[in-house]
Design a protein around this ligand. Structure first.
Ligand SMILES: [Fe+2]
Ligand SMILES: [Fe+2]
Length: 470
């Protein structure tokens, strides 16, 4: 978090485009899926002759279509007893309207590797949840639309995201809307994302074949006809792997993100991360509040505090790449599973590095599991390489984790958490950051869960007022 000059504004399309790679991870899709879906959807919009305002709404809907995707990950992993990313990925390739195909998909997907008896009992529990697909999809679509609204994007963007999984024939989710009842943007999203998946995997002919086969079923037949007209545009289809978004954002209405808007984006994506698991539903948020309080007490200047805030909000964005089967496991992780967990700061750093406006946060956000004696991960950095913000974030992250419940233990109270951390000071955790945390908590050490919640709120209020205790 050096002190070089900051760009005052960055193109919003580049920020959201880069962060959409995090959404691809959660969906189990290959990197660039959302960006390529955006290009395909905008190419269809071009054929359709949509106006600038509608195209702007559509552009951001296509990029953010999976912003709600983390909201049903935990449920999906628990219900299907499977890696949620695998279930999500394969479910988009199956035609749910054909009940036999859907049955086969379910049978193949649930409890892979389990006995037929365990698969059957898992299937039974799914069948008992008659509303299950609907509620999974509703959570995803509503959450995605809400994030679009949080970002101040147009109503058209939110509506399109909400309509993502509706199908032309009325057999989609969550409302079962039919034909023109489905917002046009939603119809374009549904077609574009399916075409992208098949195009990336099997080429243009296969993608157009699937579009044709599901025309009038999943897809609006008019949009499928327009899509088919693009077959001859070989330059377009050849341009997809490069993932260049710039030509596709309406020229007249290019949106930019200033410092305040970058804060909103960090908030919104922290929400995506926290929605991934019921066990961490406020982790990024609370870690941010705690880190800000410590950093302010240590006398960090405004610039450092601003960066600290965003780095803390986004420090676990790489967790979107981890299956909920691991994140929510109610038992000790195997070595293999822990190896997966240890990679999440690398994903965090990689995502932030490629995001304009956030690239400078990558070193701090990516170092939150490093320890002063070199025993941390992913790089085993030692004290000489760990800056004050890195040390602060590490302390805040540990404290937040200890004071929140986990699948294998209840939440600790503040005093208990400090006690657990103390033996690691100063060998692994920074003494000054730890002392500052003690000082922050000193006046309001809670003795009961209710008091604990009150401290939470107080800390949050401190951090929100005037953007953290200046
Ligand atoms: Fe982490
Ligand atoms: Fe964390």
């Amino acid at each position: 978090m050096g002190a070089g000059p900051r760009p005052r504004e960055v193109p919003l399309s580049e920020v959201i485009g880069a962060l959409s790679y995090a959404l691809d991870l959660t969906e189990g899709e290959p990197p660039g899926h959302a960006v390529r879906t955006c290009m395909i959807g905008m190419r269809i919009a071009q054929e359709l002759g949509l106006g600038e305002a509608e195209r702007t709404d559509l552009f951001y809907a296509l990029l953010l279509k999976d912003a709600g995707c983390s909201a049903n990950s935990a449920r999906m992993a628990a219900l299907f007893a499977v890696d949620d990313r695998h279930a999500k990925r394969s479910s988009k390739r199956v035609d749910w309207a054909r009940s036999y195909t859907a049955f086969l998909w379910t049978l193949r997907t649930v409890a892979p590797g389990g006995s037929w008896r365990s698969r059957a009992s898992q299937l039974m529990s799914i069948r008992q949840e008659t509303e299950i697909t609907r509620s999974l999809m509703r959570a995803r679509c509503d959450r995605g639309a809400e994030i679009a609204r949080l970002l101040g994007l147009g109503q058209g963007t939110a509506d399109a995201i909400r309509g993502l999984d509706e199908h032309w024939d009325g057999h989609g989710q969550p409302e079962g809307q039919r034909g023109d009842e489905i917002p046009l943007g939603g119809r374009i999203l549904c077609l574009a994302q399916t075409v992208e998946i098949f195009h990336a995997q099997r080429g243009l002919d296969a993608a157009l074949h699937v579009a044709e086969r599901r025309s009038g079923g999943w897809f609006d037949p008019k949009l499928v006809s327009l899509l088919k007209r693009t077959r001859a545009d070989t330059a377009f289809w050849a341009s997809l792997p490069a993932g260049e978004l710039e030509p596709w954002e309406p020229q007249e209405r290019r949106l930019t993100a200033d410092e305040g808007y970058l804060d909103r984006i960090a908030d919104a994506f922290a929400g995506v991360v926290d929605a991934k698991s019921p066990w961490t539903y406020r982790h990024s948020d609370r870690t941010c509040v705690i880190a800000m309080s410590i950093a302010a007490l240590l006398g960090c200047d405004d610039r450092v505090l601003d960066d600290m805030r965003r780095a803390a909000l986004l420090h676990d964005v790489g967790k979107l790449a981890i299956s909920n089967q691991i994140l929510d496991k109610p038992a000790r992780l195997t070595d293999e599973e822990f190896a997966v967990v240890r990679r999440h700061p690398l994903h965090t750093a990689a995502i932030l590095e490629r995001t304009p406006g956030f690239a400078g946060l990558a070193p701090v956000a990516g170092a939150h599991h490093e320890r002063l004696d070199g025993s941390g991960y992913p790089h085993g950095l030692d004290g000489g390489a760990l800056s004050v913000p890195m040390r602060v974030l590490a302390v805040a992250d540990v404290y937040e984790a200890l004071t929140s419940a986990r699948p294998y233990r209840p939440a600790l109270g503040s005093a208990q958490a400090l006690e657990v951390m103390r033996p690691d000071v100063p060998r692994r955790l920074d003494r000054d950051a730890y002392s500052a945390l003690e000082a922050v908590l000193e006046e309001r050490l809670p003795e009961t869960p209710a008091a604990h919640a009150a401290v939470d709120d107080a800390l949050r209020a401190d951090a929100v007022i005037g953007r953290h205790i200046r």
